[in-house]
Every structure is written in C-alpha cells, then in structure tokens.
Design a protein around this ligand. Structure first.
Ligand SMILES: [Zn+2]
Length: 409
C-alpha cells in the first residue's frame, strides 16, 4: 500500500491534483508515447540502463495507465504504467523539478468470484450476455476446448458454474481473470475441469486436458536467466522483471518454432533486436528475441510448423552476449514458458494425484453449491471516469466516480 499512498499524497499536500485513467494505444511505443506527452526522452529513456529500456517494450496495448495532473497548470506530475501483473513504471517529478523513472510493485487485490447460469444459446454467448465480459467467456471456452464439443452437445436449460479469480488495481478489474474450476452439464452429465497447483488444467480423473504443447526452441540449450514478473535487485536497488527465459547458445545456433502458428511479427526492435512473434491456437503467442538473422523465407504472415527453424541465435538489440530470449504470452499476459513446455499430456499419479483429489473435493463442493443456489453474477462497478480529488485542507482522498449500471442487454 505504501506506494499508492505515496502516489496520491505526495503532491496533495502542495496543491490540488487529479488522476486520469487511460488505455495504452495500439502499437504506440514508449518513445512515441513520451514524445506525444512532451516528456523528456533523454532522462526517461536514453539515460536508463539496458534492462530498464528493454522493460519499456513490455508495455502492451490495452493496459490501463494513470496520469496525475497538476490542476494549477495542467502539467503532468506523475505517471503509472503497468508492464505486467506485478510491476509498473512510475514517472515522477523529483525535488529539482526533473522527471525521473523507476519501477515499483503494483498494488492489487485478488477476489475469488463465482456464478452459475442456465444456457439459452451457447456457453460463449450466454456468458457474455450475463457478465458483459468477453474475457470470462474466453477462459471458459479455452478450458473445455479440447475435451467437449459444445456444438452438438448443448440443450437449452443445461447449466454451468465457474469459479475464477479477478485482480483489481485502483479498484478496477485488471488483467485476465483466471479460471479456477468449472462445471458444465451436457445431457444431465456434469463435466468438471480444475486448475491444479502446477498451473495446468485437469479433468475429474486427474488427466491433463490437452493444452498447448510447446517444444523447446533450442533443444538441449542451458537456461541462463529465468522468468520473473517482479524481482528486487539487491545491488542495483531496483525492481526488475524478466518476462521470458534466456537460453545460452553460440551465435548462429538454429532457433526452432516452439509450436505451429502464424508469424505476426518479424523485424527489428530496439530492445529485443531481431524479433519474431508467432501466434498459436488458444490465445498463445511466442516471442524469440536478439536473433542474428532470420531464416530465409521467414516473414510476417507465414505459417510455420512446430520445430521448424525460424532464425539463428545472435546478440542484436539490448543484449550482452549471444542468447535467445524466449517469451510466452497467453491472452496478452506474460507467463512462464518453463511451466508450459512439454511434449506429452500428463496423467497425475501417486502423491500428486492425492493432492489433486483434495483440491478437487473442495472445488466440487463449491461448484455444486453454486449450481444448487443458482449463484447470480455480480456486476463490477463500472467507472466511466475515476477522479481522485485532493484538497490541501482535507486529509482524506475523495473518490468521485460516475457509476454506470452494467447493462445485460
Ligand atoms: Zn531475456
């Protein structure tokens, strides 16, 4: 909570200021963003170290960011830009009136929520109709995609229930929700799925529901840096994020597509050097950075098969030596590739099966209760505009917001 209070109160003692909420524009780079807002590129980008510079390339379109304006002259006092679920960029005026850059943890809270609904048309359509959330419909469909055929199996009046986690930042839903467990009835038979402690989905029998089976981009390469959303660097005294895995390999070593999919980016970026991004099924995107060169014939729009060579290890961009930075994103959210890399579907056994059964028993109890009680979906409060208003004479922050009732039509 410390940082938020800092953000809100630092300036409130001096003069009135207010916070505006924005959405990061499609394809806007951090440098263009600074230019558009007339913020100094030198101190807020070029003077930063390589790692901080690279981090600015992880800002994604659709992220909500906040600007604290000085009400007296309309100037920007502070900025908060998330780079993943746990870390954000904080730009602020220091005592000398210069803009400074730092990374600070995101203060967020997580709520576990649940609802049930009776199917009228299709799970996807009805979840959106009921909740107004495409994200919830998406995570539900992704969960069952490989095990059930909704096209033929659904009858009007079949029911579903889901338990999920939603993160909140500045009292708004933030990031993709996580499906924890769900049940759907088809012809009166219930089908359950559960998110296990290993971050993978399983059916009632402890058999993994086939998800995305990734191959290693460089077979046998050693890992030189692991995935982390937020890490305190004890020597530099700052927070870092590493949204991927680094594989050490000699320059020129072939890089293989970790899965089949379409190339959505093949080109040069400042931080990641020669970069390829591949879009796969189920909302997955893989990223291959710092390449020396791409393989001939590899370009945007091309479909590649799992295991196909796409390029060669190099050290382009902000890199200290030849290596592959390999990133994995699901629905735009960075996830740890090493938790997903596998080639076969897993069946839980022994100790891990016993632990799973305990987790399953708890979820079953909740899910059946939600079906029985017909737990309704609870709307999120929707803020059209959020304003934190400061007054030097008042110690409290007042939150003004227009509260729109969510329409279910
Ligand atoms: Zn890396």
């Amino acid at each position: 909570m410390k940082f938020l209070i800092l953000f809100f109160l630092l300036l409130s003692a001096l003069y009135a200021a207010h916070v505006e909420n924005y959405r990061w524009k499609n394809n806007e780079t951090y440098l263009l963003f600074l230019k558009r807002l007339h913020l100094p590129q030198k101190s807020l980008y070029y003077d930063l170290d390589k790692e901080d510079q690279k981090m600015t390339e992880d800002i994604r379109s659709g992220f909500n960011y906040q600007i604290l304006y000085n009400d007296q002259d309309g100037s920007i006092e502070q900025l908060l830009i998330p780079i993943n679920d746990e870390l954000q960029i904080h730009i602020y005026h220091d005592k000398k009136g210069k803009y400074r850059f730092e990374t600070i943890p995101i203060v967020s809270s997580t709520k576990t929520k649940a609802f049930m609904l009776s199917i009228e048309r299709s799970p996807y359509y009805d979840i959106i109709k009921k909740t107004g959330s495409k994200k919830l419909a998406t995570i539900f469909m992704q969960g069952y995609k490989h095990s059930l055929d909704f096209k033929n199996g659904i009858r009007k009046g079949d029911r579903l229930a889901m338990i999920y986690e939603q993160k909140y930042r500045l009292s708004r839903p933030f990031s993709m929700p996580t499906l924890k467990a769900s049940v759907i009835e088809l012809h009166k038979k219930k089908h359950f799925i559960y998110l296990n402690s290993d971050d993978r989905y399983y059916d009632e029998k402890g058999k993994q529901i086939e998800g995305f089976l990734l191959a290693r981009p460089i077979p046998g390469a050693r890992i030189t840096s692991r995935f982390t959303r937020k890490r305190w660097h004890p020597i530099l005294h700052k927070y870092r994020a590493h949204l991927g895995v680094d594989f050490g390999a000699r320059a020129g070593t072939p890089i293989h597509a970790a899965g089949s999919g379409r190339i959505i980016f093949a080109g040069r970026t400042r931080g990641y050097g020669n970069l390829i991004k591949i879009r796969h099924k189920d909302g997955y995107v893989t990223l291959y950075a710092h390449q020396r060169k791409f393989r001939r014939g590899i370009h945007r729009g091309k479909y590649v098969k799992k295991g196909q060579i796409i390029g060669y290890v190099g050290s382009t961009g902000l890199s200290t030596g030849p290596h592959l930075h390999f990133g994995l994103y699901k629905n735009g959210r960075a996830i740890n590739p090493l938790r997903v890399v596998q080639v076969t579907v897993k069946q839980l056994r022994g100790k891990s099966l016993r632990a799973f059964r305990q987790l399953k028993a708890n979820y079953d109890q909740s899910l059946l209760l939600h079906l029985q009680n017909e737990t309704p979906f609870q709307n999120e409060p929707k803020f059209e505009r959020l304003c934190y208003c400061f007054d030097r004479n008042a110690k409290n922050i007042m939150t003004k917001a227009k509260n729109n009732e969510t329409s279910t039509h």
